[in-house]
Design a protein around this ligand. Structure first.
Ligand code: ADE
Length: 226
């Protein structure tokens, strides 16, 4: 799967070179194509923003610079269909597991990260298919939200994780995950639940299901109502 990211801060995405996403990138399962919007500035000072019409605080990213950066992806793309374009914004629909699974069905995505007071509305109207938020709080830019989206969607791309991990994780069956334990058998006087040492997999499955239900009921009762 290819993620094309339009950003003023491509260096922020270096953290995605680590761990599971890093390995998937090395294997070629995931391709993170970073496009620096500033490279498309027509200004000798590489300016990408200007003061808002009508006055007010902050600066607004200019439409033509963003549009040229976007078109550079389209021009190079081998994808025949329109590439779904997402704008990371606190005004968007909140990202949840359902949306993540839906986005993972795409082979290509374009993710636009805003900064300053925002992006000129005209270019958003022209290129954006949907706005996505990662929660009801405001960050300084769309880069961290874009990384959240890339990480969560990549986990659903075939070959990134083993299938069992996805089946058993929180939210996958509408419930939170049961507690996990590993060696040592006794830690600070606390023993691993006996059932997990019993070797009886039917009973272990039943116990885990029960724990999932209890944990969901106590931590996220709203999920059970859904
Ligand atoms: N940009 C700034 N805040 C954001 C948020 N909460 N979600 C997505 N993009 C954002």
């Amino acid at each position: 799967m290819q993620f094309n990211v339009l950003t003023l801060f491509p260096e922020m995405f270096m953290s995605l070179q680590e761990s599971i996403i890093g390995k998937a990138t090395e294997k070629g399962i995931i391709d993170i194509n970073l496009i620096n919007i500033r490279d498309f500035s027509k200004n000798k000072h590489k300016k990408v923003d200007d003061t808002p019409y009508g006055g007010g605080a902050g600066m607004v990213m200019m439409p033509d610079v963003v549009y040229d950066a976007y078109n550079s992806i389209i021009a190079k793309s081998k994808c025949n269909e329109k590439i779904r374009t997402i704008y990371m914004s606190p005004q968007g629909k909140k990202l949840d597991q359902k949306k993540v699974e839906d986005l993972a069905k795409q082979n290509h995505l374009i993710i636009l990260c805003g900064h300053y007071e925002g992006i000129d509305q005209r270019v958003l109207d022209k290129i954006v298919d949907e706005e996505v938020s990662i929660g009801d709080y405001v960050l300084t830019g769309g880069e961290i939200p874009a990384m959240v989206l890339i990480d969560s969607v990549s986990r659903y791309v075939e070959g990134v994780l083993n299938k069992e991990s996805i089946k058993e994780e929180s939210f996958s069956n509408g419930l939170l995950e049961y507690p996990q334990y590993t060696r040592p058998e006794v830690f600070e006087g606390k023993k691993v639940p006996d059932i997990l040492l019993s070797g009886n997999h039917q009973n272990i499955d039943k116990w885990r299901k029960q724990k999932s239900l209890e944990i969901t009921k106590s931590k996220r009762p709203d999920l059970l109502l859904k």
